[in-house]
Ligand binder design. Structure first.
Ligand SMILES: N[C@@H](CCC(=O)N[C@@H](CS)C(=O)NCC(=O)O)C(=O)O
Length: 163
């Protein structure tokens, strides 16, 4: 099984950390730079985005959450706690971290456009959204527990990207 990633992709980082932390039998394949015309991802499926997972059965799965869902099955359900109450907390935290990552990603893209094409209102909106996510993470951090799960992994990935 192969997980295609690039080191600078925050989305891919969530899946790579899951593979490493749970010691999953998945080969990590660095496919940067994605812009290369002969990039291997172009032959495997549409989109050409990372992360992407090629299963041993030949399925090609894109989208971070779907890949994590598949990896959870592969791990024997260790990415998300079995206890329903804790599982909901982990999903709440992962949702906030995912929102933060999306917001930072959008803002970063907008900031890199030519200034004549930038939308100040979009940048302001995403700056506000990110601030709300930081506050929300601060509020739930006490409930994390010391166990590794997709809530803590997604938070680490989002904060690493923010840095
Ligand atoms: N919705 C996707 C987003 C993945 C994504 O946007 N990946 C970026 C790297 S961070 C990418 O591959 N971009 C390449 C491109 O846009 O051509 C997910 O959650 O996996």
């Amino acid at each position: 099984m192969k997980l295609f990633y690039t080191p600078n992709s925050p989305y891919a980082r969530r899946t790579v950390l899951a593979v490493r932390e749970f010691d999953l039998p998945v080969e990590l394949v660095d496919v940067s730079p994605l812009a290369a015309p002969d990039n291997i991802l172009r032959d495997l499926g549409p989109g050409g985005k990372v992360p992407a997972l090629q299963t041993d059965e030949g399925a090609f799965i894109c989208e971070t959450l779907l890949i994590l869902n598949y990896l959870d099955g592969l791990s024997g359900a260790r990415l998300y706690p079995g206890n329903a109450e804790m599982r909901a907390v982990v999903m709440q935290v992962e949702g906030i971290a995912a929102l933060l990552m999306d917001s930072l990603f959008v803002r970063s893209h907008e900031n890199r456009r030519d200034s004549s094409e930038q939308s100040p209102s979009l940048i302001e909106k995403e700056t506000e959204r990110a601030a709300q996510c930081y506050d929300a993470l601060e509020d739930v951090v006490e409930r994390f527990g010391r166990v590794m799960h997709m809530g803590s992994i997604s938070t680490v990935a989002a904060l690493g990207y923010a840095d």
